[in-house]
Design a protein around this ligand. Structure first.
Ligand code: SF4
Length: 481
């Protein structure tokens, strides 16, 4: 079944749900639906709810959200995973981003530091151990510009006062030491971890007036926020902005520094990429520092051009004119060449997309630019507004699945037989063993960038290689042999 109608989509959902015991069926039913264009809100799926015990979710925890996405990639800070060693090990290699500097000298993003909690720390408390760790780190890595303390589950359970340690050590060292109460048991997914991390960014960077590196500001200063620089994405975005005549004074967080974070509040406009993870901080910056913000999407020709015009509209004639010239003379011809090269190879192909909290919405228009349709999509930790914002890009037969389980994934793959599944590492091998082409949409499968002008060509090439690679025709799922 490669193309389905609305009724068949609903039948498929019902069939998948039938396998659940009655109680689970009732709960999971709320998270699966077909797009409803006739309804005003178009999407009735329930989201941001606790996963069902026993149903294998693909989500991460709040600690992973804070450490992996927000604080971990700040390259000149040391990130302490405070608690037993396991959580840190799990989150160590989950997100790839390009950063500059020398690891262990002035860059620490690729390092894994843990306070290695033991039984005696649980019984007697770990504050002293944390203080000692901070001192040791300062001695070993004197070029660090600050530290963040990412608390794992046991820290919240025993009630250690990491804020007191952070306050006294921050004062002693004269650098930001940021306590982050991101214990994994908080909330229902990594999404709350992003929120908690951003709150700590507000309280311990902006509210404490950590020095910025920019002293004098100009009319075209902008801050690139919530772009995690996967495979150099932020650099591709930055290139477009600079060619438009804007001056990027901060890019966070995939190649960011403490001073660059502090620069955000000095910009004239915040450019928000991942709405899900940082819309709270954008609203705060607007209220407290009067810095307006605008969301942008640099995936694929349609959204790149739309976003460039939207951003330019916040500036004067000079920027607007330069943007139009750039689009007409350089970008549009280049983007059209890529479409011409790949569209005939991808037109009519069908994909399933299941990623974190923004990427389906951001990449669906990019697939559409290449003539690819989306049969099914959903979010690991999206909220209601993420789903509503996605609807305008979907057709009315698209199946929406929130917090998809491994079982549901397998069933949908078997029935929809997409030409490609775009998801994360946890789904990759199960999908490939079933003979379905796969691309990792959290890390671009170690390729990239996918943002921007040159990124679009890499995106189109990678999707073409995955979808049209001859290897898939020779693979038979081991359970079918
Ligand atoms: S849920 Fe708690 S114990 Fe598990 S990885 Fe997250 S922080 Fe660690």
């Amino acid at each position: 079944m490669s193309v389905i109608d609305k009724e068949k989509s609903q039948e498929l959902i019902d069939g998948v749900l039938q396998e659940y015991p009655e109680k689970s069926l009732k709960k999971r039913k709320k998270h699966l639906a077909v797009v409803e264009p006739e309804k005003e809100d178009k999407c009735s799926v329930s989201s941001n709810r606790k996963s069902l015990p026993g149903v294998m979710t693909i989500r991460g925890c709040a600690y992973a959200g804070s450490k992996g996405v927000v604080w971990g990639p700040i390259k000149d800070m040391l990130t302490i995973s405070h608690g037993p060693v396991g959580c840190g090990q799990y989150s160590w290699a989950t997100r790839r981003n390009y950063y500059t500097g020398m690891t262990g000298i002035d860059s620490f993003g690729a390092m894994q530091i843990t306070s290695d909690f033991q039984e005696r720390d649980i019984v007697f408390g770990g504050d002293k151990k944390l203080e000692k760790l901070v001192d040791e780190l300062e001695e070993m890595f004197p070029l660090n510009r600050g530290m963040s303390i990412q608390s794992e589950c046991p820290i919240g359970l025993i009630g250690d006062d990491i804020e007191a340690v952070a306050r006294s050590k921050g004062k002693e060292l004269g650098k930001p030491v940021v306590p982050v109460r991101c214990e994994g048991f908080r909330g229902v997914s990594q999404s709350l971890g992003h929120h908690i991390a951003n709150d700590s960014l507000r309280d311990w960077i902006f509210e404490k007036d950590v020095p910025a590196s920019v002293q004098e500001t100009g009319p075209y200063d902008v801050a690139l926020m919530a772009d995690y620089n996967i495979g150099g994405d932020a650099w591709s975005s930055r290139r477009i902005l600079e060619e438009m005549g804007l001056n990027v004074i901060s890019q966070s967080t995939g190649d960011s520094t403490v001073a660059e974070l502090a620069n955000i509040a000095k910009s004239k406009l915040v450019l928000l990429h991942c709405y899900r993870s940082m819309n709270y901080i954008a609203r705060y910056l607007e209220e407290k520092h009067q810095v307006p913000w605008v969301e942008f999407n640099f995936f694929g020709p349609t959204q790149i051009i739309k976003s460039m015009r939207k951003i330019a509209s916040h500036f004067d004639e000079t920027i607007q004119q330069r943007t139009e010239e750039l689009i007409a003379e350089k970008y549009l011809p280049q983007l059209e060449r890529t479409v011409e090269k790949y569209r005939s190879r991808l037109e009519g192909k069908k994909v399933m997309l299941y990623v974190g909290g923004l990427r389906p919405r951001h990449t669906i228009p990019c697939f559409k630019d290449l003539g690819v349709d989306v049969l099914l999509t959903g979010y690991e930790f999206g909220h209601g507004d993420d789903y509503q914002r996605t609807m305008e890009y979907l057709q009315d037969t698209t199946i929406i699945v929130d917090d998809m389980s491994e079982y549901e994934m397998e069933k949908f793959l078997a029935h929809l037989k997409p030409d490609l599944f775009g998801a994360g590492i946890k789904e990759k091998y199960q999908c490939q063993k079933a003979g379905v082409p796969f691309r990792q949409m959290h890390s671009w499968d170690y390729s990239g960038p996918y943002h921007g002008i040159e990124g679009f060509e890499i995106f189109a090439r990678d999707m073409d290689m995955a979808i049209n690679g001859p290897v898939w025709k020779t693979i038979k799922a081991p359970w079918k042999k």
